[in-house]
Design a protein around this ligand. Structure first.
Ligand code: BGC
Length: 416
């Protein structure tokens, strides 16, 4: 598939100070290492190779990108920054504040990004009014993925309320299957925490707690209820959950070994990669109790400032490609996410993708769109990691819910 336009060539030329642009490679640091993620990454690689831009792969596994960000810091400290880096939310703004990122204003102006990228994404793609990254998608975290055959066999309807969900998990457990597929890694517990917090207190509570970091909300009864619901979830995972990768948890649902997984819509990429069809083989629905709210994260590619003209040209061409409407459709159909621009038709998307696009637009209109805490869109890395620590310690039985609430208040305060 060749998605590159002549316009992008012009943009690439515009981004370099020399008139003759030699093709260069991009070295891309990312954490897209699962089967579904690799399939989506191939859409990007193929697009760039169609333009003569080579790809040097720098994969660092680990959802949420914590490990990738550690590797990035080491590379930059060693004076060897990759040219393009997958990044989330506040990490982008932090690198921009350090002056490390290239200015993408020329490509953004030539391609009209201001008019088509939603404000919620521009908040992380611009720094001091300058474009510093290219958003490739919008994911959201408050999703449940369910094996339809397992639910049908047990006569379980799609749960609408939290209580329905708990009853459904109890019925699955009683049948001898695993109710909730989960990988015991801090970022995965935090991902569930996003949706559970929304199910307890909606966007109002979520915003006060995670975005405003209001001690009263962090220490509230609603937060205790959020931890209590996490403890309920803990009682429905299998014995071998510790350390399991998220895509292996998705595979448990795909194979019918488990009924549900609470995970961002990158999980859909695994179902599709396994040949599964929404509403036939699997169901996608919001964490019961959180319908109407969307906790989003957007993968963006930030370009590190480089002096080589060829490398700059490759960066510009990559940014232009990422933002083209045809690429946004082709890539996000495979990735499980939805486009990062508002003018991409939904025709090529499956039922879950269409639902995700409609719900994102509706949440943005109604003020029910919030940045994902687990995926770096609610607060800076230090705060996020402090929350991770408390959530995971509680999930693993180190704290009861009341203690977890106290620890959370203190941890967030110290991390700011
Ligand atoms: C990223 C997704 C990725 C997921 C799991 C998230 O932080 O935004 O693109 O698929 O982690 O690796």
């Amino acid at each position: 598939m060749r998605l590159f336009s002549k316009k992008s060539v012009a943009v690439a030329a515009l981004l370099t100070s020399t008139s003759v642009v030699s093709a260069a490679d991009v070295e891309v640091l990312h954490w897209w290492t699962s089967g579904g993620e690799a399939a989506a990454l191939n859409v990007l690689k193929d697009d760039l190779s169609g333009q003569g831009i080579g790809w040097q792969d720098m994969p660092v596994a680990g959802g949420g990108g914590e490990s990738a960000m550690t590797v990035l810091r080491a590379r930059v400290t060693a004076g060897d920054a990759p040219t393009a880096v997958q990044m989330l939310g506040f990490d982008i703004l932090d690198w921009a504040a350090e002056g490390a990122l290239a200015n993408l204003n020329d490509v953004a102006a030539a391609e009209g990004w201001d008019a088509v990228v939603p404000a919620a994404l521009q908040a992380f793609a611009k720094h001091d009014g300058n474009w510093i990254s290219a958003p490739v998608n919008v994911h959201s975290t408050n999703w449940v993925w369910a094996n339809k055959a397992v639910l049908d066999e047990l006569g379980i309807a799609q749960p609408e309320s939290w209580d329905d969900f708990v009853a459904a998990m109890a019925a699955v457990k009683a049948s001898g299957r695993t109710a909730l597929a989960h990988g015991g890694q801090a970022w995965q517990e935090a991902t569930m925490f996003d949706g559970v917090a929304l199910s307890v207190g909606g966007v109002d509570f979520y915003t006060k707690a995670f975005i405003d970091m209001d001690p009263a909300a962090l220490g509230s009864d609603m937060m205790k209820e959020t931890f209590d619901r996490m403890a309920t979830l803990r009682s429905y995972v299998d014995d071998n959950f510790s350390g399991r990768d998220w895509n292996l948890a998705s595979a448990m649902v795909i194979n019918g070994d488990a009924a549900f997984q609470i995970m961002g819509d990158w999980a859909k990429g695994e179902f599709l990669n396994a040949g599964k069809v929404p509403n036939e083989d699997f169901l996608c629905f919001r964490v019961p109790g959180s319908a109407g709210s969307v906790s989003f994260n957007s993968d963006q590619f930030a370009m590190f400032a480089v002096s080589d003209a060829g490398a700059q040209a490759a960066q510009g061409a990559m940014a232009a490609s990422i933002m083209s409407p045809s690429f946004q459709s082709a890539f996000n159909v495979v990735k499980g996410s939805v486009p990062a621009r508002t003018d991409v038709p939904n025709d090529a998307f499956d039922a879950c993708g269409k639902k995700g696009m409609a719900e994102l637009a509706a949440a943005a209109d109604s003020g029910s769109l919030v940045g994902s805490m687990a995926h770096g869109h609610a607060n800076r890395a230090a705060v996020k990691n402090a929350i991770y620590d408390v959530v995971t310690a509680h999930f693993n039985g180190e704290y009861d819910s009341a203690t977890a609430v106290e620890e959370l208040v203190t941890a967030v305060e110290l991390a700011q």
